[in-house]
Design a protein around this ligand. Structure first.
Ligand SMILES: [Zn+2]
Length: 289
């Protein structure tokens, strides 16, 4: 259950994208795009915006400028994810024993997409985590998105668009959420990021960490924390301790770190063979010595 207050907080952090979604949903003469990709921001923000968009497309408020009102029955049901015309394709749709979406699971959804929505708005199918789809699943999804599906819209959520098959991206409208710099960093990721920066000067206490095989989600969060600290260092926001540390680098050093971060992100997102997260972090840690 997603409380209205939490929902509003998440959406407010991404006001610019929320405004763009409003235009796509309600002001476009040709209707909303059939396929939309939301990338960037945090996982919680992407999910909140996807539901916000679904609410815009189904809100019962007669005044379109007020949609989503978040008070009417469709709006409330969407926030609670119990709305008839909302398919939130999370783990509950996976085949038994599978850790991600399978071709069979996508096929099983096709008959539903062939039907018009049950209500007066749009059926919104959200894929909340499409970061590691195999090429087979991506292609199966692509086939479904390419066919005209009157009354259906699809929303794909991913940390970065590189995580999606290029053809999926090229057929979708892509909106990029702001970096989550104003968000409190994830504590474990912050601890790792601080250890990395200490390692630059001490040369100690790093490799024992990566031997513990950090997973891709942790590595991604560490990169987010470092990116936020870099943005802080570049804009003189010294209230973030890690930004203060990074601000000790000269401008060439900051630039080098920016490029290294970008490479690390790409390595983690590389498909079909992402680089091992521990290796990516080791590489990044040694880049700055
Ligand atoms: Zn409403």
């Amino acid at each position: 259950m997603n409380s209205g207050a939490d929902h509003n907080t998440l959406v407010r952090r991404q006001e610019r994208v929320a405004g763009l979604l409003h235009r796509l949903a309600l002001e476009s003469a040709s209707g909303p795009p059939q396929s939309l990709v939301l990338e960037g921001g945090s996982d919680a923000e992407r999910r909140a915006l996807a539901l916000h968009y679904a609410a815009m497309l189904n809100c019962a408020d007669p005044d379109r400028t007020r949609r989503p009102c978040l008070q009417c029955a469709p709006c409330r049901q969407i926030l609670d994810r119990v709305f008839n015309d909302l398919l939130f394709v999370d783990e509950t749709f996976y085949e038994e024993g599978k850790r991600q979406l399978s071709v069979k699971a996508v096929r099983a959804l096709r008959p539903t997409w062939g039907q018009p929505p049950r209500g007066d708005g749009y059926r919104v199918t959200v894929f909340p985590d499409v970061r590691d789809l195999s090429a087979d699943v991506s292609n199966s999804l692509l086939k479904s998105l390419e066919e005209p599906r009157p009354g259906n819209v699809f929303v794909l959520l991913a940390p970065q668009r590189e995580r999606l098959l290029e053809t999926l991206v090229s057929r979708s409208w892509v909106l990029t959420l702001a970096w989550p710099e104003a968000m409190p960093p994830e504590p474990k990721a912050l601890e790792w990021a601080e250890a990395m920066v200490r390692f630059w000067s001490s040369g100690r206490d790093w490799y024992a960490r990566t031997m513990g095989k950090p997973d891709a989600a942790l590595a991604e969060n560490i990169l987010l924390v470092l990116q936020a600290a870099l943005v802080g260092a570049l804009s003189g926001k010294t209230d973030i301790p890690l930004a203060r540390e990074l601000a000790k680098l000269d401008s060439a050093g900051l630039r080098r770190f920016d490029l290294a971060l970008d490479k690390a992100r790409q390595a983690l997102a590389a498909r079909p063979s992402p680089v091992n997260p521990g290796l990516v972090l080791d590489w990044l840690a040694t880049r700055m010595i």
